[in-house]
Design a protein around this ligand. Structure first.
Ligand code: NDP
Ligand code: A1CAB
Length: 274
């Protein structure tokens, strides 16, 4: 699906997540000449996109018309300061899309004129290769057209899930927003454990990475539930069963740890609201 006709977009903050999204959008045809990026410390890649593709880097927001769409990708902690400076250049019809963890619609809306359409969303870094998932919640001012444009932008980065209740975004942040880090840490731990069993370090790292990636791809492509795929690996009284007996321990197993980790992330998301 091409984004060629999506129209002007201002991205505020092109750090790790903002630039991952920008890469996805440019790759899917977002018009570079209608793409404006505000980023105090542009990466080499961002400068290259400005020089070779013609995206507008650090334009003066006071010049030109109000942005049609504004994507907020700065850290939650600086959002209020940034909005105090940027929001006055928006118009009441500017579609605002925030990807900041924790920042509520209410907290964002107070910087904009009443009735501004705002979407609070949480993407994840696999968006850079079109394999992300974004969970989004819109305020009442977002009409069908705004939701369609937003869906197109976010779908170009992977799967989009709209939710009707804003507080679900905190839980989604803990599962899919932060989730890639858990998968990468699983690969790190698996590699270290393999090394401890005698595998050379680089071979252990390769085995762990390809195994985690392959398991993820199989889960998506087969459409089977994770539990069924796990059972398919587990021969009766075999090696997997021996490992799972450890991982599935009631009190100190991975399930209990994951519940604690996800609860900590969701609590931190709620805390970042203020
Ligand atoms: N990383 C992830 O996996 C995910 C992140 N998010 C959310 O995305 C947002 C960005 O996170 P992430 O990309 O990791 O963080 P980064 O710190 O990598 O990116 C934020 C960027 O915003 C820049 N910035 C700071 N002040 C301004 C300003 N006044 N105007 C424009 N840009 C500014 C920062 O520059 P400088 O470094 O100079 O301060 C930085 O490059 C956060 O709100 C986070 O919650 C959401 C989902 C996933
Ligand atoms: O760690 C964070 O706060 C951000 C939000 C989700 C992923 N990274």
């Amino acid at each position: 699906m091409s984004l060629a006709d999506v129209g002007p977009l201002l991205l505020v903050g092109a750090g790790r997540m903002g630039s991952a999204m920008l890469e996805g959008w440019i790759a899917r045809g977002l018009d570079p000449d209608l793409t404006f990026v505000i980023e105090p410390q542009p990466s080499d890649r961002l400068r290259e996109l400005a020089e070779t593709r013609g995206i507008h880097l650090n334009p003066d927001p006071a010049e030109g018309p109000a942005p049609d769409k504004m994507v907020l990708a700065v850290k939650p902690q600086v959002m209020d300061d940034v909005l105090a400076r940027i929001a006055p250049f928006a118009s009441p019809s500017t579609l605002v899309i925030s990807i900041a963890a924790g920042r509520t619609l209410e907290g964002i809306a107070r910087h904009f004129p009443t009735g501004t359409p705002i979407v609070r969303s949480i993407p994840n870094t696999p968006a850079a290769i079109g394999k992300g998932v974004t969970v989004a919640h819109a305020n009442q001012a977002v009409d069908e057209d705004g939701r369609r444009v937003c869906t197109r932008l976010l779908e170009s980065l992977g799967v989009v899930e709209w939710v009707d209740e804003e507080q679900l975004i905190d839980a989604a942040t803990a599962v899919s927003g932060s989730g890639p880090a858990y998968a990468f840490y699983l690969a790190e731990c698996l590699a270290e454990a393999g090394h401890a069993e005698g595998l050379p370090q680089d071979l252990a790292a390769r085995l762990a990475a390809v195994t985690v990636a392959g398991a993820g791809a199989l889960m998506l492509e087969s459409g089977l539930p994770a539990s069924k795929l796990r059972e398919n690996v587990t021969s009766p009284n075999g090696t997997t069963a021996a490992a799972l007996a450890v991982l599935m321990r009631e009190e100190h197993g991975l399930g209990a740890l994951m519940r604690e980790a996800v609860a900590a992330a969701a609590a931190r998301s709620r805390q970042l609201a203020t």
